[in-house]
Write a protein that binds this ligand. Structure first.
Ligand SMILES: NC(=O)c1ccc[n+]([C@@H]2O[C@H](COP(=O)([O-])OP(=O)(O)OC[C@H]3O[C@@H](n4cnc5c(N)ncnc54)[C@H](OP(=O)(O)O)[C@@H]3O)[C@@H](O)[C@H]2O)c1
Length: 251
């Protein structure tokens, strides 16, 4: 029970890494507050968690909306009396293409969904954690924001995920004295809907990784669990790389 009685917001909880984190954190004793746009999937997640004796609620919305970030915090407080942490994990890949061919609309959509959403989340979450005497915030970045790893056409996605690492370091410095730990999680290629379901695509991505496979979303959720639990009590401002070695791969 690594998260017993802790209340944790998880965005991107309708699918992939966020959905795995929701199940894992609830099994570890957390009250989980789930966010994403697809309400039916969130509802099913909550029912599945509750059927196993876990504690969960949801609110659907768009992470690009500052009011939604605040509403998730308000829901945590109204349902469970406070907030102990968040896995700000919702994200999109956008179009993969060389930057000269990239429409501004794609750049803006990726930066807003992946990076401006982090700004909204931090603004809503930090004051509450500060008042409570501390907590842990995790942002899901990517190996692509750190090492590229051999991926091409990822200008917008890489910029958004690298921006998160800079944001995390700055926020960690600003709020460490309030005992708020703020870290980034950098998964390698992970078998989720974002990575598609084309076996040839999976084989290509797996081949980029020295471990010659992709991660399961459950493996990445375990790394998030570490950052949200007290086991990482002296870890802050850290880009935690969980990437099967892709960042140490020779080009
Ligand atoms: N899969 C990988 O290889 C990989 C590698 C490194 C990092 N990541 C990162 O891991 C995170 C989770 O991705 P995943 O692989 O689990 O992909 P996924 O299965 O496609 O999940 C993405 C999640 O983000 C939510 N989301 C997207 N845009 C949103 C918006 N505007 N508002 C609210 N929710 C939104 C989606 O929910 P709705 O559609 O219901 O809104 C979904 O729950 C992302 O930040 C991704 O960049 C993934």
């Amino acid at each position: 029970m690594e998260l017993k009685d802790k209340t944790i917001i998880i965005t991107g909880a309708s699918s992939g890494i966020g959905a795995s984190a929701a199940s894992l954190f609830a099994a570890e004793g957390a009250n989980v507050v789930l966010g994403a746009r697809r309400e039916e999937l969130l509802k099913a997640q909550v029912q599945a968690i509750q059927s196993k004796g876990g504690s969960a609620c949801y609110l659907s919305g768009d992470v690009c909306d500052a009011d939604y970030a605040q509403a998730l915090v308000d829901l945590a407080i109204s349902q469970y009396g406070g907030l102990d942490g968040a896995l700000n994990n919702a994200g999109m890949m956008g179009d993969m293409c060389p930057l000269p061919d990239m429409p501004l609309e794609n750049w803006n959509a990726v930066l807003t969904t992946n990076l401006t959403s982090a700004f909204h989340a931090a603004k809503a979450q930090i004051p509450v954690l500060g008042k409570q005497g501390g907590g842990s915030i995790v942002f899901t970045s990517s190996f692509v924001g750190f090492s590229n790893g051999g991926m091409t056409g990822m200008g917008a996605y890489a910029a958004s995920k690298a921006g998160m690492i800079g944001l995390v370091k700055s926020l960690a410095a600003d709020h460490a004295s309030e005992q708020i730990r703020i870290n980034a999680l950098l998964p390698g290629g992970t078998k989720t809907p974002m990575a598609g379901d084309d076996p040839a695509g999976h084989e290509f991505i797996a081949g980029l990784h020295p471990m010659k496979r992709m991660a399961s979303p459950q493996e990445i959720a375990q790394a998030a669990l570490f950052l949200l639990s007290d086991r990482s009590s002296f870890v802050t401002g850290c880009p935690l790389i969980a990437d099967g070695g892709v960042s140490v791969r020779l080009a």
